[in-house]
Design a protein around this ligand. Structure first.
Ligand code: ATP
Length: 247
């Protein structure tokens, strides 16, 4: 990934839109103490997804918005855009990554004008072996920390250099999705067990209903037979009574 331009508006001391063009080769920023050199690196890290206001020398994330001076009022939003050239299988591709924050309303990210999640921006930079926490970005006074890094941090540096940071982010993502799928499967098992129990109860009810239907038929046939036998007896009695009367 080659960062070609940083456009900063309302971020920290950069109240007016300012472009930092990074040409091929080495780019240096020179200026007196407190002129905003560190703010440039912070703008870069912030747009890459930095979530810690403290690491941007602020108490809250709104502190990155221009807070005003004796002669200028404070701003309500800050926006930083990174124009980067990313090498892909079909050649290099230019992407514009934008982070914007509004006072009291939080941050939003865009890649090439399309709104995206912070995670998507993190992944884009991780795939290019960089990002807000990349050891490739060394802030003032942090060189000592890099030298004295713990083995775990050193491993992160090596992984970053090897360009596999994106794979780690993806693995974490895949693991989270796997855990969610496992939880869904467990819920599905419970639902299936519940449905099995209900099906067994319904089968029992169906068997009882079938028995009832059979018995009802048998009762109806028995009643018909009884009525017929009574009728036959009555008819025989009437016949013999008629015969007796005729005698
Ligand atoms: P040093 O040489 O000390 O590292 P620097 O050139 O890196 O300084 P920065 O520390 O990046 O400068 O910039 C600090 C300046 O930014 C200060 O003047 C500070 O007042 C200004 N600043 C920081 N945050 C804001 C803000 N939210 N609104 C307005 N100005 C701000």
């Amino acid at each position: 990934m080659q960062i070609k331009r940083l456009r900063i508006t309302g971020f920290k001391s950069f109240v007016e839109p300012a472009d930092l063009v990074i040409e091929p080769g080495l780019t240096g920023v020179v200026g007196p103490n407190g002129c905003g050199k560190s703010n440039l690196l912070e703008a870069l890290r912030w747009t890459m997804g930095e979530a810690s206001a403290k690491s941007l020398r602020g108490a809250g994330m709104d502190d990155v918005i221009f807070a005003g001076t004796a002669t200028r009022p404070a701003r309500d939003f800050a926006e930083v855009s990174i124009l980067a050239e990313i090498a892909g299988p079909d050649g290099a591709d230019e992407r514009e990554i934008v982070r914007r924050i509004e006072r009291g309303a939080g941050s939003a990210y865009r890649i090439d004008g399309r709104e995206v999640r912070a995670k998507d921006v993190g992944l884009l930079f991780a795939d290019a072996a960089t990002g807000a926490h990349s050891p490739a970005l060394v802030s003032q006074g942090r060189i000592g920390a890099v030298i004295a890094a713990k083995p775990a941090d050193r491993r992160a540096m090596l992984e970053d250099a090897a360009g596999i940071a994106g794979l780690h982010v993806r693995r974490k993502d895949a693991e989270a999705r796997l855990r969610a799928t496992e939880a869904n499967l467990a819920r599905l098992d419970a639902v299936i067990a519940d449905q099995d129990a209900r099906a067994a109860a319904l089968r029992r009810q169906a068997r009882a209903a079938e028995r009832y239907r059979l018995l009802s038929n048998q009762i109806r046939v028995a009643e018909a037979r009884t009525i017929f036998a009574r009728w036959r007896d009555a008819a025989a009695a009437a016949e013999s009574a008629t015969a007796d009367a005729a005698r």
